[in-house]
Design a binder for this molecule. Structure first.
Ligand SMILES: C[S@@+](CC[C@H](N)C(=O)[O-])C[C@H]1O[C@@H](n2cnc3c(N)ncnc32)[C@H](O)[C@@H]1O
Length: 157
C-alpha cells in the first residue's frame, strides 16, 4: 500500500492536510536522492532531507536558547525526516517525539534514529498538529521548523 493511501487513515484530516500529506510524501521521497542532499548540505549544513529553512547553526542555537538537557523531553511538530528534533536529541541526550502527517518523512526519521543509536529515546507519531495526542505538560519544550509557513501550492482543476 502506498504512503498516500495509508495516510488517508489520519482521522479527520482536513482537505488542506490531505494536500500536505500528498505533497510532502513526494518531497521526502525526493529528498533522499543525491542531488537534493548535496544542495541541502551546502545550504543548510544538514543531511536529513530537510524541507525547512532551519540551518545547522540555527538548530545549535535552539539547544542553548531552550537550555536543553538529557533529562528533558522535546516535541518537534512537523518533524518531516526528523529535523531538527533528532539533532537536538543527538546533541543533548534529551528525549524527543516527532509528529507529522506524511509517513515517508516519519519512516526516514525512524531509520535515522536507529542509525544514530538514539531510537530508545525517540518517538514518532503520525498526527495532525490541530489535535495532538499528548496530555498537557508532557514536554519541556516544543519546536517546529517552518510548519504552516511553507504551504502546498493550491491545486488547479
Ligand atoms: C517545511 S516542512 C519542515 C519539515 C522539517 N521540520 C524540516 O525542517 O525539514 C513543514 C512540515 O510541517 C508539516 N505540517 C504542516 N501542516 C501540518 C499539520 N496541520 N499537522 C501536522 N504537520 C503539519 C508538513 O507535513 C511538513 O512535514
Amino acid at each position: 500500500m502506498s504512503d498516500k493511501r495509508k495516510s488517508r487513515r489520519v482521522p479527520d484530516a482536513s482537505k488542506e492536510e490531505s494536500t500536505i500529506i500528498a505533497d510532502y510524501n513526494a518531497r521526502y521521497r525526493a529528498a533522499a536522492e543525491g542531488p537534493q542532499l548535496a544542495i541541502e548540505r551546502s545550504v543548510c549544513g544538514t543531511d536529513y532531507g530537510v524541507t525547512s529553512f532551519t540551518t545547522a547553526p540555527q538548530a545549535e542555537r535552539l539547544i542553548h536558547q531552550l537550555g536543553l538537557r538529557a533529562t528533558h523531553r522535546v516535541l518537534d511538530i512537523g518533524t518531516g525526516c526528523g529535523w531538527p528534533g533528532l539533532h537536538l536529541s543527538l546533541r543533548t541526550g534529551c528525549g524527543m517525539v516527532g509528529s507529522d502527517l506524511p509517513l515517508a518523512g516519519l519512516r526516514s526519521a525512524g531509520k535515522r534514529a536507529i542509525e544514530e543509536g538514539i531510537s530508545s529515546r525517540v518517538g514518532l507519531v503520525q498526527s495532525s498538529a490541530r489535535h495532538l495526542p499528548f496530555r498537557a505538560r508532557s514536554f519541556d519544550a516544543i519546536v517546529h521548523a517552518d510548519v504552516g509557513t511553507l504551504r502546498p501550492r493550491a491545486r488547479r482543476r
